[in-house]
Design a protein around this ligand. Structure first.
Ligand code: ATP
Ligand code: F6P
Ligand code: MG
Length: 342
């Protein structure tokens, strides 16, 4: 069998580990071969391919990023390019395509599957917002990095009796904020799932200083929004791929908080450091198991499916189900943070 792979969307720790795992399994267990398409779907449209064999993937287990490169392509371009993508897959003799990506890449994969292309999806994203799988690889690394950095902010916040707000990634889902907030003992966590009330935030901050505490740490998802009518948030419009352009919610919240409470506020935006560097051992293992099971599923012909973590086991779920909606943080998980707020 000849397997095609590509990595789409934002890069994330563990992508290279998946590539290594797919190649090792395909070659060693089945005597199969693997071709990689560069820069996500663009590589398939432009026939930009590279051989992926064991010498190429040696040493990739611990390396962040993706040796295949990643890119975003306007969905309409993909839809217009279906014929071209089929030609390229045929020209390479690809029997199964394994797209590795977030909800966007997997939505494209589900659509290709519905058009009869033999596809098996592999879920990746630091955001952990893919349905049908308990976790995606990259998430554990992102939470670990964010936790470590927030830990470091506690000391400065205390020394200066400041409010320190930390903006973490999370466009639609607050998983990183929730977990990094709990792990680092944050006093306040704000996620996209629950619009915040600036009045409540001010009360929490004032009450904490009144109780004699010397600092406040707040974790804010980049996609958080204020309750309508409570405070303004600049509108950045949409980018060419239809994603909302962020304008720095934590910074704007911080300015408003400082104005209303008189407390000194500083904001740190963690940004892409959350996606960089080597994956944690957890993500190395999850990525390796996803790659292994996707290669097995390809050889068994389970097309139109996505590999997924269920408890401790790796299973398969229909791609169409996985991309129907995003997995956001449920109210019950948000409620769990109540005891640690303030
Ligand atoms: N609705 C869609 N239909 C077809 N293709 C899509 C669709 N949404 C996204 N894609 C394709 O998938 C690519 C990657 O999507 P996106 O930029 O949302 O990243 P992702 O895979 O969701 O990863 P992440 O969100 O973790 O960065 C897009 O550039 C586009 O080519
Ligand atoms: O790297 P870019 O294109 O700025 O994308 C950033 C987005 O990608 C992610 O890191 C992964 O989906 C999001 O958390 C973030 O909103
Ligand atoms: Mg996405």
């Amino acid at each position: 069998m000849h397997i095609g792979v590509l990595t789409g969307g934002g890069d994330c720790p563990g992508l290279n580990a998946v590539l290594r795992s797919v190649v090792r399994t395909a070659e060693k267990e089945y005597g199969s071969t693997v071709v990689g398409f560069r820069n996500g779907w663009r590589g398939l449209l432009e026939d930009d391919a590279m051989v992926l064999d064991r010498p190429v993937v040696n040493g990739l287990l611990t390396r962040g990023g993706t040796v295949l490169g990643s890119a975003r392509v306007a969905p309409q371009k993909l839809r217009d390019g279906l014929g071209r993508m089929r030609e390229v897959l045929d020209a390479h003799g690809v029997d199964a395509l394994l797209p590795i990506g977030g909800e966007g890449t997997l939505t494209a994969a589900a659509w290709l599957a519905s058009e009869g292309v033999p596809v098996i999806g592999i879920p990746k994203t630091i955001d952990n917002d893919i349905h049908g799988t308990d976790l995606t690889f990259g998430f554990d690394t992102a939470v670990s990095i964010a936790t470590d950095l927030i830990d470091r902010l506690h000391t400065t916040a205390e020394s200066h009796q400041r409010v320190l707000l930390v903006e973490v990634m999370g466009r639609h889902a607050g998983w990183i904020a929730l977990n990094a907030g709990l792990a680092s003992g944050a006093h306040l966590t704000i996620t996209p799932e629950q619009p915040f009330d600036i009045e409540e935030v001010c009360k929490l901050v004032t009450a904490r200083f009144d109780r004699g505490h010397r600092h406040v740490i707040g974790v804010v998802s980049e996609g958080a929004t204020p309750l309508p009518g409570t405070m303004p948030l600049r509108d950045g419009g949409l980018d060419e791929f239809g994603h909302r352009r962020f304008t720095g919610v934590a910074q704007q919240l911080g300015e408003e908080l400082e104005r209303r409470t008189g407390k000194e506020v500083r904001t740190t935006v963690l940004g892409h450091v959350q996606r960089g560097g080597t994956p944690t051992s957890f993500d190395r293992v999850l990525a390796t198991r996803f790659g292994l099971h996707a290669a097995i599923a390809a050889h068994e012909g389970h097309f139109g499916q996505m590999v997924a973590l269920h408890g401790t086991e790796i299973g398969l779920v229909p791609l169409a189900d996985a991309v129907r909606e995003l997995k956001t943080v449920p109210k019950s998980r948000l409620a769990e943070t109540a005891s640690f707020t303030g």
